[in-house]
Design a binder for this molecule. Sequence first.
Ligand code: HEM
Length: 457
Amino acid sequence: MRRSQPTLMKKHNRIYGGIFIMSPRRVAICDPKDSQVILGTHAFLKDKRYSNVELMEPNMFLTVDPELNKQRRRQIGPSMSLASLKHMEPAILEAGPKQLHAKWDRDIEQSKDGQTARICYHSDFVLMTFDVISSLGFGHAHRSLTSGDTRVAKWVKSTFVLIFLQAIMPIIKSMFFRRFIAKSLYSEFDAFFALSTQAVNNRKKLLANLSSNEDKPKDMLQSYIDAEDPESRIRMTSGQVITETIISLLAGSDTSSNTLAWAIHLLLLHPHYLARVVEEVREAFDRDHLIIYSESKASLPFLEACIYESLRLIPVTTTLPRFLPRGGATLHGHSIPEGYNCSISISAVNTNPEVWERPDEFYPERFLDNEANKRTVLTFSAGVRVCPGKNLAWMEIQSTMANIFNKYDLELPEDALFTPDRVDESGLPILMPCTVASTCVPKFPGRDCVVVVSKRK
Ligand code: HEM
């Protein structure tokens, strides 16, 4: 079995259990305890294919070198803490929920009846999450969602593809591919790199003219420039800041937008839960109030449970590939030789029937007052290389959803293909199909991620 598609991994987990052979020298891991063992230490290195990528300086995401990864985490980690993100929240709300409202209000106003608009929420979330991270990372307010200028968002996509291709197919790094076959991908990457370089240079010029530290911008770019490793006192060079900014943009936009899209899809297919979330939000806040993350965290436990359940059921990152250390390891009672690869299947761990009751069901109640269940969800990974952008993602996702439900009524269009009544043999709503590459993306977003939006009655 070579493919690691989530549905296949889940199916094989039910047949073969917590561990099975996927292909020669590669085993699949589907058990939460084994995953914690592997992810808890740098001994199980990230898959070596990541180090094939030669586009930027070595960085936190692609490095297989534990020392570099640890240093970067000491440098960058604090800027991703909730305390630090609190200072960035105004920029997140401007580029995120407020911009989305502006776009949806305009769509409604310009619609035929002036009351309801058909909206592809997937494409809006893609641009919105890109705008959020690029505002923080470039210190410049890209507004691709409302302006319709999607040029930079496209460069990001090309960079993603290029990284993926270099990792699995190193020949793409050759001059022949650079000049001919993959020329446009490389030139879009160059444009994106030049933009990031310009952002760092502009910021350094601005800093040179500031009279007080108090006036420094409060964003991710600034915190990367200021980041210092408390152990070695080393700060990042401009090249490293540029690279880490690009990496944050790549790692943080598609993941967040697709998570938002799956959460909305799941709620539309479970109208009783949608109604419960809407009621919770509207009882807690006035209709014109812009809900910030701390408010939503304090007052909207059911919304939070729905997001956890969506992250559990459809994790946008599907596998975590790791390398068995010298001497091998015993996993799930089996001795696995050194040099083997193991692929932790996030989707199989998140739906392992030995751990989760009603594993395939969208059942958010399992997360109400249940910290242990929240900790078991593996969607942001865990351990030494856990996602450093987790807090930012939560801030963005939860405040976007809270503000959508506070301001708009959402309904599936009449021609929707996937509806609450269209169920499988177990009686569960059939989900829209997805494509799995580096993230799990709706396959036909223009067809399946459409919703009719009107202003809240
Ligand atoms: C819903 C949103 C997100 C999900 C589901 C997610 C998931 C993940 C996962 C599973 C990993 C581990 C990958 C691996 O080990 O192979 C990871 C790593 C990473 N994520 Fe996220 N992520 C999200 C949002 C973000 C955001 C917003 C940022 C940045 C601002 C970010 C930055 C990173 C970085 C830099 C790494 C590499 C860490 C390392 O290798 O040490 N992520 N993410």
